[in-house]
Write a protein that binds this ligand. Structure first.
Ligand code: WT7
Length: 660
């Protein structure tokens, strides 16, 4: 069972900040997709009927007759006797409806190359790729690993895999060879789709060499038979005969005719790995019908999407759940036109995002608070040089958005008028769960506010009782929802234990939250050993185990410390082995930072590493991370009387303040 150390009381809200609300303007409300608040109570009356209605907005090859099967909780089945093809819902359906000429993707490469791809073209490319994958032996039930930059072929690959009824496991391109290999092994993927590299910060960032390294690990033997390589950067990579194939050499020989088969609604769609409280990442399993229903419905409702006229842009990488649900499946199922940008916001300069918005006339923009704070630091004079007047809805995801960043985003990017939808959800929830509906909700900076129609959220105390308004507690979901996680790949017990053992009958998300006097929800951060760095989820245990794998490290403790830009930052305390004379204390910090980046990926690189002689522990030998976190945040460490040796802290404290 997840061990909790609540930080609920330690997040006071700025009094007065709640007072300012931003109601929808009459004009926005009048044109909004949803402007009748009865949707909430109608959905609450009969959530299954509500979701059945939303599911029927998709195209089913065999209609479902059963909505929810909850006979074996917590393993839900939605629309189980129905059949559909997810890729055909995202592609063929729109072409058949006469929308083939609509642009699906405006692609903007980091070096400045561009490509606009219509729904008809995207459909042809996916069909061709599906035929190619079939020739490589991919079939329903298989898993394919995808390790790609943000280029159209990444989307094409995902859709081609699922068109065949196989499941993808997208691994973020910033992950190391070790992390990639662990994910390939866990899912037993037989094919890896990658690229030679991608462009990041003006440079080529290699991918294929990392795939080679991953497959060479552990003596080389892996489940992988073939590696399909898209040429993006042409920096020259090794190709292993018999195993590695160039996409551009293979693809022309395949036909762009391909009949999509219907697959059961509960057919696995993808596995996406995410960090948990223990060392090993969890393979979060999502299935087809329910996932697509909620991803597309929330994408239309929360962003007030008008597919005929909007130009939508979500800056997330496809390596994360946001990229799955709100770059690939939600927008494409809705027939939206969207921007996909390969690179980083500061390349070649901090005007890049704003110039893209101006160029394509982006109307809906969805990004993370950490990016907004980084732009704030650079200053409003940069976005002010661009015409951002096309923007009509802004979104935020990944962590709570602090009111200061909210107001900057609203004023500087949204011209003081575009509503901001702060969307709370998780890899496990698959789609948005709590967010304003921009035509209905009076916005409160810093709060995700309202559960989506058909979603039953309740904030409870440790005993599982709903807390009163004005109180804090733990965020739970009481009833199953269509896009919910169906399990942890290969580990049903861990699924039950991680999310359902806390309260028995309901899903526990791992977040603390408060309900205000109006019933709006304020997220307060994780209450378990999961950190949130730049909206990415990292596990303290995973980084600790990477550190102790280093030959010089005897023991380590990792904490997520508050950070102005990234939300939280990784701070590690390490005890070196006494006999080690390999590393001087001075070299250790740099070396260990590099080691963590190589083991897990650059996103996990600690901001600080403090070499200490001992870690603070209780008499029973448990490391007291709370104290280490406070110390890393420059706060008073408070009561240390529970420590076995209170002297330890003064030594560490001297060290931390000395280094700072
Ligand atoms: C965790 C999930 C959902 C896609 C991005 C992250 C935090 C996410 C918000 C928000 C406050 C948020 C939670 C959650 N989180 N969105 N709007 N307000 N917190 O997905 O990696 O699965 O992480 O991110 O702590 O549990 P993820």
């Amino acid at each position: 069972m997840t061990e909790l150390h609540g930080t609920i009381e330690s997040h006071p809200l700025n009094p007065g900040e709640e007072a300012t609300t931003y109601p929808p303007t009459p004009e926005f409300r009048a044109q909004a997709n949803i402007n009748d608040s009865s949707v909430y109570w109608r959905a609450a009356q009969d959530p299954e009927a509500y979701w059945a209605g939303r599911a029927n907005e998709l195209r089913w090859t065999k209609p479902f007759t059963e909505v929810l099967d909850w006979s074996n909780p917590p393993f839900a089945k939605w629309f189980a006797d129905g059949e559909l093809n997810v890729a055909a819902n995202c592609l063929d359906r729109h072409v058949a409806a006469g929308l083939g000429d609509r642009v699906a993707i405006h692609f903007e490469g980091e070096p400045g190359d561009t490509r606009s791809i219509t729904y008809a073209e995207l459909t042809s490319e996916v069909k061709r790729a599906a035929n190619m994958l079939t020739s490589l032996g991919v079939k329903a039930g298989d898993r394919v690993a995808i390790y790609m930059p943000m280029i159209p072929e990444a989307v094409i690959s995902m859709l081609a895999v699922v068109r065949l009824g196989a499941a993808h496991s997208v691994v973020f391109g910033g992950f190391s060879a070790e992390s990639l290999r662990a994910r390939i092994d866990d899912a037993e993927a037989e094919l890896v789709i990658t690229a030679d590299g991608g462009y990041r910060k003006g440079r080529v960032s290699a991918l294929k060499p990392t795939v080679d390294d991953a497959l060479a690990l552990h003596g080389g033997g892996s489940t992988v038979q073939k590696v399909l390589v898209v040429e993006r950067t042409a920096q020259g990579v090794a190709m292993e005969a018999g195993r590695d194939l160039w996409w551009h050499e293979e693809i022309p020989s395949f036909d762009d005719q391909h009949e999509p088969l219907g697959f059961p609604a509960e057919n696995p769609l993808f596995i996406l790995y995410t960090s948990g409280t223990t060392g090993k990442p969890k393979g979060i399993l999502h299935t087809s019908g329910g996932y697509l229903t909620q991803a597309s419905a929330t994408h239309r409702d929360v962003f007030d999407l008008k597919p005929e006229t909007d130009v939508y842009w979500c800056t997330a990488d496809i390596g994360w759940i946001t990229g799955h649900s709100y770059v690939v499946y939600g927008p494409l199922a809705n027939g939206a036109t969207q921007v996909i940008y390969e690179g980083t916001p500061e390349t070649p300069d901090w005007g890049r995002w704003w110039s893209i918005i101006q160029k394509y006339g982006v109307t809906i923009f969805y990004t993370a608070p950490t990016a907004i704070r980084a732009c704030m630091k650079v200053g409003r004079q940069v976005p002010e040089q661009y015409d951002l007047s096309s923007i009509r809805v802004l979104g935020s995801v990944g962590e709570p958005i602090n009111p200061e960043a909210w107001r900057w985003y609203h004023e500087v990017i949204g011209a003081g008028s575009a509503p901001i939808v702060d969307t709370w959800w998780q890899t496990e929830t698959g789609a948005i769960m709590i967010a304003p509906l921009p035509g209905l909700t009076s916005l409160k900076p810093g709060s995700a506010q309202v559960p989506q129609p058909g979603i039953d959220i309740s904030i409870v105390n440790d005993a599982g009782d709903r807390v009163d308004r004005g109180q804090g507690g733990l965020l739970t979901v009481r009833k199953p929802w269509p896009s919910m996680v169906r399990g942890i790949w290969g580990d049903p017990d861990r699924f039950v234990d991680t999310y359902w053992s806390q309260f028995g009958d309901r899903y526990f998300a791992g977040d603390g939250a408060r309900v205000d006097e109006d019933g709006d929800v304020w997220l307060m951060g994780r209450v378990d050993d999961v950190m949130n760095v730049s909206g990415h989820r990292l596990s303290t245990a995973e980084i600790e185990s990477a550190l102790v794998e280093h030959h010089a490290v005897a023991e380590s403790a990792v904490v997520g410390a508050d950070d102005e830009t990234t939300g939280q930052a990784v701070v590690a305390y390490c005890v070196l082995k006494s006999q080690q004379n390999i590393l001087s204390e001075e070299d250790a910090e740099g070396e260990l930072k590099k080691h963590v980046a190589a083991q897990i990926g650059a996103i996990a690189r600690p901001r600080n590493i403090y070499i200490v002689n001992e870690l603070p522990k209780t008499r029973s030998g448990k490391i007291v991370r709370r104290i280490l976190k406070q110390l890393a945040e420059g706060k008073d460490v408070g009561d240390t009387s529970t420590l076995a040796d209170t002297m330890v802290m003064s030594v560490i404290q001297a060290k931390v303040s000395g280094i700072k």
